[in-house]
Design a protein around this ligand. Structure first.
Ligand SMILES: [Zn+2]
Length: 244
């Protein structure tokens, strides 16, 4: 499948899985020095291959009739910093974005899958969308493959667009699990010893980057827990986000 058709397919999946709504979100693929990117102001669930825009790594237009994504700067920043990244997905998954709006990353190591896949999903500080603030807010987090954007959404990147999409799907899935664990009581995180075993497995699988936050500081645990008011605000935010 060519990059244009791949982007159309991923747009449909993001929209149908409620990871974006309306005109939200953007998707790009890098092929050598060309970036294929979604246009702004259109629903990504109904894209056609002809609408996909081609730009170079400086953002100059190569081909396309529409305006490239308003978040083009963020995509270019990541591609220019991370030579191994070949695809980027940006979306506003409602539960994960709820965490980002509550000032929380998804940094608790609750499931083995998440530690294996992400290490951790940090929260980058707020940056005004479509300006240079947003890409700059990511600069300390580019060793992760998924980042929550404060008061905004999430971005994932990988060596192909299929993988970048699945990371986004998993970010939202994991946000739901974390929310439920918090609602039911005190989440029981994996111990640093258990995490170490998983990190060994990651090496064997060739997965790099992003360490779980609670094990970064020399045995001293750094865990996020919710107060009652934080949890109430979080749930309110999610209900609003879901239009309830
Ligand atoms: Zn956005």
């Amino acid at each position: 499948m060519n990059p244009e058709n791949q982007i159309v397919e991923i747009g449909k999946r993001l929209y149908n899985k409620n990871l974006i709504s309306g005109y939200e979100g953007n998707i790009s693929i890098r092929e050598r020095n060309t970036i294929f990117i979604t246009p702004s102001g259109v629903c990504k669930g109904y894209l056609t291959p002809e609408e996909i825009i081609k730009i170079d790594l400086k953002g100059n237009l190569i081909e396309g009739n529409k305006k490239p994504s308003s978040e083009t700067r963020m995509h270019l920043f990541i591609y220019n910093q991370k030579k191994d990244v070949k695809a980027i997905v940006h979306a506003h998954p409602p539960v994960a974005t709820g965490f980002a709006c509550a000032g929380l990353g998804l940094s608790m190591s609750l499931t083995a899958e998440t530690v294996l896949m992400f290490g951790s999903i940090p929260l980058a500080p707020y940056g005004t969308p479509s300006t240079d603030d947003l890409p700059l807010s990511l600069k300390n987090f580019l060793n992760y493959n998924a980042i929550l954007l404060a008061n905004h959404g999430a971005v994932t990147f990988a060596e192909n667009v299929e993988k970048a999409y699945f990371l986004m799907e998993q970010v939202e899935h994991y946000a739901k699990i974390t929310l439920v664990a918090n609602i039911l009581g005190t989440p029981q995180t994996l111990s640093c010893d258990e995490i170490d075993k998983l990190l060994e497995m990651r090496k064997k699988f060739g997965i790099e980057g992003g360490m779980p936050e609670q094990c970064i500081i020399d045995g001293e645990e750094k865990l996020y827990r919710f107060s009652k008011s934080e949890l109430v605000n979080l749930i309110k935010g999610i209900i609003e986000e879901l239009g309830g």
